[in-house]
Ligand binder design. Sequence first.
Ligand code: ADP
Length: 495
Amino acid sequence: MDPYPLNILMASPEAVPFAKTGGLADVAGALPRELARLGHRVCLVIPRYGTIDGAALGLKEWRRLAVPTALGPIDAIIEQGTLPDGRGRVLAVRHDPYFDRAGLYQEAGRDYSDNLERFAFFSRAVLELLPILKEESGWVPDVFHAHDWQTALSLVYLRTLYAGPSPFHGLRTMFTIHNIGYQGLFPAMDYWKTGLGTELFTPKALEFYGSVSLLKGGLVFADFLTTVSPTYSREIQTPEFGFGLDGVLRERQDRLAGIVNGIDVDLWNPTADPYVPCRYSASDLSGKTVCKAALQREMNLPVRAEVPLLGIVSRLTEQKGLDLVADVLPELAMLDLQVVLLGSGDPAAEARFRALHAQFPRKVGLSIGFDEGLAHRIEAGADMLLMPSRYEPCGLSQLYSLRYGTVPIVRRTGGLADTVVPYSPQAIREGRATGFLFGEAAKDALLTTVLLALRVYAEGEEWKALIRAGMGTNVSWAKSARAYVELYRKMLELR
Ligand code: ADP
C-alpha cells in the first residue's frame, strides 16, 4: 500500500469491461484497478454507451446535471458503479441521443458525423463532475489523467473555460496517447462546437493544417504527456511516425515519457485459461504440446508435434505489416512449418490470406473474424508469434506470447522493441533473450529472421531458454501502475 495515496480522476472513451474497440480499453480498465490496489483513490469517467449492459455491470443512476456546451445546456444522467472486484469508482455519462448507438465512434466503417459534439459534451461533463464530487465527499483530485483524442478537450477546457481561482486550480493533468494515427480531426466549420474562442484555432493550439485536431489540443494543454512505450515516445517525435504532430511533440519532449502497458495476468494465464484445452506452466510445458495438437486439429492442419507452428493474431491493417507475411508465405511454405492466422480488417488483406490458404491448405490455417477464444488457443498452441508491425505503440499480443511460452518474432519498433529481448548466444547465456527482432520493414529482413528462429527451434536447448526467459518476464499491470504513480508524483512537483 502506498503510504501517500493520491486522488486520481481518469477519463477515457472506453474501458474494459464496459466498452472496448482497442488496447486503450484494456489500459483504462486495468490501470485504475491497479492504482486502487496500490491504495490510491481513483474515479474513472466513461461515456454511458447503449451497448453497455448497465444492469449486469452494476451501473445505477447517481446524479442528473445540465452540461453547458456550445449548443446550449445538454442533460446528462450520471450513472455510478465500480470496476470489477469493487476497486475503483466508475462514473458513466449518459445522454442517449449521443451514446445509445450501435458503435462507439462509427458504424459500418463510417465515423459518426457528430463525434466532435459528442466528445466535447463528454469532456465538459467530466469537468462538471469536479464540484459535485467535492460537495459529495470532499474528494478533490490531485491528478487528472485523460486518454486519447476523445477526452483531449477536457484538458483544454480546464486551462481555458475553467481556469481561474477554484478548488481545482492546482490539478495536474496527464494525457496519454495510445496511437497517434488517431487524432480526432474535424472540419474547421465545426470548430464553434468546441465552445472555445477563435484565438485557439491557430497552429499553436487546435488547428492542424486548416482542420480542428482534438488530439493536438491535448498535446498542447496537458501538463505531462505519456505514450505506451519509451521507444514509441521517441518515434512519434520523428516525421516518419509523428503523423504530422512530431513538431508539437518535439517542443514538449521534456514533458513526454513512455510507459509500457501491462496485461491482465488473470485473463491471460496459461495455468488457468478456460479457453485452452490443457493448462500448463513454465515448470511443466507438456500441456502446451496438447494445446498445439488441438490447435492443429482446429485449424485443419496435419497434427505433428515436431513441426514449427507460427501464430498470428492481429487486426489486418497497414500498420500491422502483414503484407510482409503474405509476401514471404510462398517461400515459407516450401519449408516444413505451419502458419495459423486469426485476423480481420482490410478486405484486400483478408482476400489475400484466403488465397494463400487455398494455395497451401496443409501449411496455412486461417480464421477470418474476431474470436477471443481462438486468440487464446493460438497463443497457447503456437511455437512462435509473428508481429511484423510497421509501427506499434505498445502491442499486447507479444506480451501474451511471452506469458504463454510462445516465442515472439517482431519488428524492432515501439513497444515491440521495448518488450522483446533479441536472441543472441550471449543474451541466451545470460538468460535474457526472449525472442527475435528484425529492423527493416521488408520481406527479406522478415524471412532472414524467421529462418534464424527456425534454426534455433530445431536445435532445442536454446529454444527452451527463450521460453523460460519469456515466461519469467514481468508483464503485469502492477509494474506499469507503479511507473504511472512515479510520474504523477513528478508531475505534482512541476510548476
Ligand atoms: P491493437 O490494439 O493495435 O489491435 P494490440 O496488440 O495492442 O494491437 O492488441 C490487440 C488485441 O486484440 C490483442 O488482445 C489480440 O489478442 C486481440 N485481437 C486482435 N485481432 C483479433 C482477432 N481477430 N480475434 C481475437 N482477438 C484479436
